[in-house]
Design a protein around this ligand. Sequence first.
Ligand code: DON
Length: 642
Amino acid sequence: MVMKFMHLKQVVPYIYILVFFWPTLLLADSKKDLLIESKTDLLTKSTADQQVVKHSIVNQTPIIIDRQARFHPITSSNGMVVSQETIASHIGADILSKGGNAVDAAVATGFALAVTLPQAGNLGGGGFMLLYLAETNQTLAIDYREMAPLAADKTLFLNRQGHVDNQLARFSALSTGVPGTVAGLIHVLERYGTMELEQVMAPAIELAQRGFKVSGPLAFSLNRAKNRLKNNSASARYFFRKNGNSLRQGDLWQQKDLANTLQKISDEGRKGFYQGTVADLIIAEIKRGKGIMTHDDLINYRVIEREPILGNYKGYTIASMPPPSSGGIHLIQMLNILEGWDLKTLGHNSGAYLHRLIETMRRAYADRSQYLGDPDFFPVPVSALTDKAYAAKLRNEIDTNKASASSQIKPGVMLPKESPETTHFSVWDSDGNVVSNTYTLNFSYGNGIAVDGAGFLLNNEMDDFSAKPGVPNAYGLVGDEANAIEPRKRPLSSMAPTIVFKQNAFKRNVKTTTAENKENNSKTNKPVMATGSPGGSTIITIVLQNILNYLEFGMNVAEATAAPRIHHQWLPDKVYVETGINNDTLKVLKAMGHNLQGSTRVLGRVQAITAESDVTRSNTTGNQLFGASDTRWPGGEAVPSQ
Ligand code: DON
């Protein structure tokens, strides 16, 4: 008894300490987070380059889970694949786990999306891939955009009265450009991949052959597109139940003809698509629809490796897609204009910040309408448009208190209500190779025409040309001579797969023997972000805001992706706004004279990865990766590799 009493007496002081100091202990715990924050705050104040506190790679372990964040990315210390469809992301990540590099995984993901995300994943479309190769410290821009058939010309979509026939430009066999996806994916695999085509295509073939369970988002999307798809007899067969009803969530969906086409590609490479039976089926379908594409057009399709567009923004290098995409040029142009203001101090999504964004977007898109087109046909003034002095001139013309008016000469049109589809995916491997890829059929399910017997949809990318100067396309974009239809020309795009590099951040330890490479390695810019989005004309402003959220406002990639966005494209002279921008801010913008679109709309679906040096590893090439698949559409996923 005495012993027990003694024991209790000894414990009393501790109970006392616990009761009175518990709140302090709790505080101490939360202060641990604050400590990390304040350390980074100090960094913020030191140099402009280090504004990006949460991503600082200066001598500290990255903050893997930031307790202040409302949205959290998926993490990985190996590789990662982020795409808009979960099965495809897993297939890509699995290729990484099996030792494939980022290119192998990207090609596997690209073919898988053609099976699991038919609204945008494709064989019958085209796109752009930005590729960073760690060992050689090279960034390449792969152009596998569709080409106009040889017989196409300026009058293609004009009726007898000289008016643009939108039905022809968007929903007929004439709207189809020569597909580039298969050639593009094979091109990068052969040059920069490590695996055989057969190996990276096997999962897609199996998915098409054995089938997979239809997801909720896929069932929803197919059902929404039912009118367009039912217009074509092959699509009506491929994308619905045997009795003609819509596929439902949980249905097993097999695509035998698509499986055969994929198998042919896997067996024969490029020839398996651009020649032989698949090509015959494509041309037969085109002829049935009174289109003009020929076997020659297919055989002559070529992939082009281009120099990426490069720009600098406060200690970062931005690499993005050159023409025939307008994405890179205008992304850099807008960053150049914006870098003259202290955006961080203005505050994220404040009226003052959004006003500057809108005025910047207005000017970039005005230039787009006149100067952008396929560089093989039109001399695009790349350096003039991305020149810092030109940006400064545009910035000086912006009244920071008042909206300017877009040209009143051409009538604006509304952007389409129905969300069309493109899709982006980002891949990062454990050696630091990065792929940022955006590809598309243009609209959701392209023109709705499936190639009978071959199981895939055709694009309606020809509508991205300017069918007549000043007449807007489906995205309300106007164009001129630069983007007029010409034989074998590529239509202007807004797709903007982008990779951001931190300058002078990192000395890569590369196995190399050449003096040149050694020199290069010592100057290596470290890739810190891969991003991109669908969204037609809105893609460039979406990518811009995603990058600014990350670089300027220090958001993690999930926050940067979730944050509400706005869009302006010169014509129509309207600001498109997502939900989540508060009413007071909107009032400020209205008071400045901005014309706000009455209803809100959703802008894009970003699939992004960011990286910090993993300083906990002895090898400095190690990355801690963070991935986010946009919550604006369900069913995407960031998947780490093992
Ligand atoms: O290349 C372009 O800019 C368009 N064809 C992209 C279409 C698109 O992003 C539709 N998705 N939302």
